[in-house]
Design a protein around this ligand. Sequence first.
Ligand code: BTN
Length: 252
Amino acid sequence: MTGWPEGVGRHVLEEIDSTNAEAARRAAAGEPAPCWILARRQTAGRGRMGRRWAMPDGNLAASLLIRPGCTPAEAARYSFLAALLVARLCDRLAPGATVSLKWPNDVLLNGAKVAGILLESGSAGQRVAWLALGIGVNLAHAPPSGAIREGGMAATSIAGEGGRAVAPEEALAHLAASFAELDALRAREGFAAIRRLWLARAARLGGPVTVHAADGAVNGVFEDVDLTGALVLRTSNGALRRIAAADIHFPD
Ligand code: BTN
């Protein structure tokens, strides 16, 4: 692992409501990007779909603020890149464990959720002016079981799977270096390269999944992720259906 990437800001905060909220405030105040914001404690961590994100001490809560100037659809695909950053961190810290990626952006360690990713953005006209890649990694502790919603995935931590317990600052340095590398790959070769890396680690690719989309649940086989980042599902009548946003569940 090389040092902290050149030209990338780094802010370490003792306590904040949410690193994503802080990224939004800083974006509005003209903070130079890219920069990482790490908090040792979050008092109002945000999860996907308006849920809360519990953060026991010793875990990582960080947001990367970038100013991509791209379309909202292109910005959404950064979640695949963010998941790869965490996967690489898990490879490094828990080399004996199995790391896989659950569409759209969960990271699993030995089949349980070890991290969550939440993208939030602000736009100027048709373009994304700023994007916060919020990343929570259970370095030391899984959230208490009461914090896991009904039907939600079991959670784990890197330490809980026999991995090396590191300080959030050390984990952040890994994420920052990986982002610099993978974002350069994205800039050179486009999302296709990120998609390839993501698919190589996809959980249940080619297997049965249940997709809970806005219009209800549908069962099928997880065939692919396309170049827009949509999940491609083969339904029971053999038709392919593209799903841009949903939660997926794995049948036992
Ligand atoms: C999920 O629901 O799986 C996404 C959780 C994302 C949590 C991270 S912690 C750092 C950043 N700040 C937040 O308030 N949320 C994200």
